[in-house]
Design a protein around this ligand. Sequence first.
Ligand SMILES: NC(=O)c1ccc[n+]([C@@H]2O[C@H](COP(=O)([O-])OP(=O)(O)OC[C@H]3O[C@@H](n4cnc5c(N)ncnc54)[C@H](OP(=O)(O)O)[C@@H]3O)[C@@H](O)[C@H]2O)c1
Length: 252
Amino acid sequence: MTMNAMLNGKNAIVTGANRGIGLAVLRLFAASGCNVWACCRKPSEAFTQEVAQLQEKHSVWIEPVYFDLQNSEEMKSAVKLIREKKEKVDILVNNAGIEQKGSLFQMTSTEVFRQIFEVNVFAQIEFSRYITNLMMRNRSGSVVNLISVAGLDMTGGYMAYSASKAAMASVTKTMAAELCSYGIRVNGVAPGIAQTDMAMSLTEQARENTKAASLMQRIADPEEIATVIRFLASDDASYMTGQIVRADGGMA
Ligand SMILES: NC(=O)c1ccc[n+]([C@@H]2O[C@H](COP(=O)([O-])OP(=O)(O)OC[C@H]3O[C@@H](n4cnc5c(N)ncnc54)[C@H](OP(=O)(O)O)[C@@H]3O)[C@@H](O)[C@H]2O)c1
């Protein structure tokens, strides 16, 4: 039994579990008694060790599942692997995503828009289709999508990324509406800025601007986003669906 059993006995799928917010979610979920299919693009020695340590420390199972979100065949094999475990899927955290290099929209090629939407939108929908199908059979489930304040507020310089996140906010609401009668809740978390590789890939100016726009005037630890994801994923949020919850340090 772990110290914090908020998700005790639940089984979750987390994408992008090898670093950043996804890794914080994996650690927090394991510490909360949750078993996890930890989805990543590629295996690594560091991740294998991390998984072994978390399993031992928290007495949960963690099954690494490797696939590239842009590869439909790999995704199908991953879903097959998940099904073959014959365990109920309670939670899906659609976390994996990519950032764009900042540029004015007039200077951004359609190819860049396509690339961002492939990963941040189309692959999320494709994966969600497979996984919510499993949840529908159980008539229960909770999906948490990673949005961003960039998809909700007025920000310049990152239109492809912002538009992809705005699309996911809409996807969240449609999924919530269509899946509610199957006992499936679908919510989103919109972080401001969290200390990950993605945040570090922004220009110094963009980071400072985002920080300055928040009351707290600081960048979040990934753990501070993971706790919000855990809440929405858990039964504590049983009366919430179709919501985008901001975790942004107080942005006006
Ligand atoms: N950090 C922030 O300030 C912030 C703010 C708002 C929203 N968000 C959102 O939060 C989520 C996590 O962000 P993060 O900051 O943790 O990002 P990150 O540190 O850049 O990590 C991104 C994760 O997504 C995975 N990924 C990317 N493309 C993939 C693909 N084609 N197939 C499979 N996995 C793929 C990466 O795998 P690899 O290691 O293999 O590349 C990695 O695990 C994203 O959806 C992001 O848009 C972040």
